[in-house]
Design a protein around this ligand. Sequence first.
Ligand code: NAD
Ligand code: SER
Length: 323
Amino acid sequence: MKPSDTILVIGSNGQIGTELVADLRQQLGEDRVIAADLSFASGVNTNGPTEIIDVLDGNRLQEIVSKYQVTQVFHLAALLSATMEKKPKLGWRINMEGLFNVLDVARERGIGRVFWPSSIAVFGPTTPRDNTPQNTIMDPSTVYGISKLAGERWCEYYFLKYGLDIRSVRYPGLIGHKSEPGGGTTDYAVHIFHEALRAHAYQCFLNENTMLPMMYMPDAIRATLKLMDTPAANVKIRSAYNLAGISFSPKDIAAEIKTHIPEFQISYLPDFRQPIADSWPRSIDDSPAKADWGWMPEYDLAKMAQDMLHNIKKKQAEAALQL
Ligand code: NAD
Ligand code: SER
């Protein structure tokens, strides 16, 4: 990222965008980062330029890119796994047509660099589930996973065919305290902290032994920006890099929370998200990301849980004072 870059973040007000925009604005200045989403009613990201956009509207996208002379795009607008199982056709449109609009405007306008996230959902029930390699069987059984796998192939195609400098990672489930998760199968790992502090109890929609790859948001933002700042010659994978942080199950995270809140109780009532989780890896091999661009996570389960509890407790206390 150069100080002269102007960055457009599409889907800016979601779980990742909220933190990414704040981080980018801190580094580059508020005016250089344009937050774009369907609405700004919540007041998120309004400390700098904002644009209302539906990523399905390619003309509007062209207009914004041209208005600000955008040099980099982070395209985060999507439906996530759980929501998409309920609205498969709408999700397919948003995830695929939205991606095409971004890829086409980037190609036509000569945008320097594009980031689009993939997911561990590209893997499926017959993928090796432990230490899942970068290149392996990919047979996603969710609409979301199919859209991410197709997206990866299209990203690589635009790189090979048109030289578009597009970069991507397969994010694990992301956990943060600054924003809410947006309808994924891994959302429990955020909700559990809020409920542990509020009610000392949580009913989990996955069963106790469902181990999944996860990552704390500061690591995810650091990985994203590190990949985007890597010299193009070192970015050897143009579909999406495997990315790993922490792997744990609901039972593990509950035990960790109990070390801080001994009275915390967890119960389990698996729902339609259980088979989705069962089709995903338990842990990820991210050695290509480590080798190509020096990726290294900083947070383990204990460090992440301590930071989450500290910050959510503070937030809940501030909210109580305002009542
Ligand atoms: P989110 O649901 O929290 O946020 C998505 C944002 O996109 C929302 O603010 C929403 O209003 C916006 N949006 C939806 N449809 C839009 C449209 N048509 N036009 C413009 N904006 C639209 O999602 P997130 O968790 O921030 O995820 C961002 C990206 O990262 C997605 O591609 C997601 O698949 C990927 N990802 C997320 C995770 C995770 O754990 N959060 C893991 C893997 C991959
Ligand atoms: N965390 C995301 C989800 O559960 C994975 O892409 O949908």
